[in-house]
Write a protein that binds this ligand. Structure first.
Ligand SMILES: [Zn+2]
Length: 254
């Protein structure tokens, strides 16, 4: 059974620290900074063996060099992003599958937010680390890709088993809920999730992870086929990409 620590850093980032007790490996996903990870390692007695980077943005790789210097960990990232990921040791791509200890890691390429964006799926643990591609009730901005490319990426994630827990890299859920309610106000699942999120945040609790089943029911960016969203946007006859693109455009100016 994997042990997981969620480390809130910067304004709204999460670094996830995973420990595999049977093999002794420890993985830091998207370490924005080294110091909070080193502090968590010291507190837990875990030794860092790997860093996984979903993409090259500074708030996901800022701790790479410091962690490598302090621990000698191996850094895993996108083959396409070689020069943009400090200290990259193992270059991975779509479909790659490898073991850390006895835990299977599957690599998915999910471009759109950046062109080299990856997701790391642990099917045996029903966990996926999605960086800035999918957020709870939202999705990443399109910095290096089109709406069509991002929609393709989101569909790959959407097709995974519903019980998969979605670990994204930011606590954006409350603001995302406000937008989601403007495009699908009559969605009862979304209303319930938005209320839960408000309560969690009022208590200072994290809203990450959610499950994929919850996101499929509530997240407008996974629901461009929803008749209610289509009616709201006056896009009854558009294709899914067209509806997704309009949702992303509206969120950019929300
Ligand atoms: Zn980013």
């Amino acid at each position: 059974m994997i042990e997981l620590r969620q480390i809130p850093v910067l304004r709204d980032n999460y670094i996830h620290l995973l420990h595999l007790p049977d093999s002794g490996h420890t993985i830091a996903v998207d370490p924005a900074e080294a110091a909070p990870v080193l502090a968590a390692l010291a507190a837990s007695g875990w030794s860092l063996t790997h860093v996984f980077n979903t993409h090259h943005h500074a708030d996901h790789i800022g701790g790479n060099n410091g962690l490598k210097q302090s621990t000698g960990c191996e850094i895993v990232g996108s083959d396409q992003d070689g020069p943009r990921i400090p200290g990259l040791d193992r270059r991975v791509q779509e479909g790659d599958c490898f073991l850390i200890g006895h835990t299977e890691i599957r690599v998915m390429e999910v471009p759109g937010h950046t062109r080299g964006h990856l997701a790391f799926w642990l099917p045996g643990e029903q966990m996926i680390f999605v960086g800035d591609t999918l957020f709870s009730l939202g999705c990443g901005r399109l910095f290096e890709g089109t709406a069509a490319l991002m929609w393709q990426s989101l569909q790959k994630i959407r097709a995974l088993p519903g019980e998969t827990r979605i670990y994204c890299a930011h606590e954006y859920t409350e603001a995302n809920a406000r937008f989601a309610l403007t495009v699908e106000p009559d969605n009862a699942d979304l209303q319930r999730r938005a209320e839960q999120v408000r309560q969690y945040r009022r208590q200072g609790l994290s809203t990450v992870p959610s499950t994929l089943a919850e996101e499929r029911a509530c997240n407008p960016f996974l629901r461009p086929d929803s008749p209610s969203i289509r009616a709201r946007l006056n896009l009854m006859h558009a294709d899914d990409v067209g509806v997704f693109a309009e949702l992303r455009r509206l969120k950019d100016v929300f």
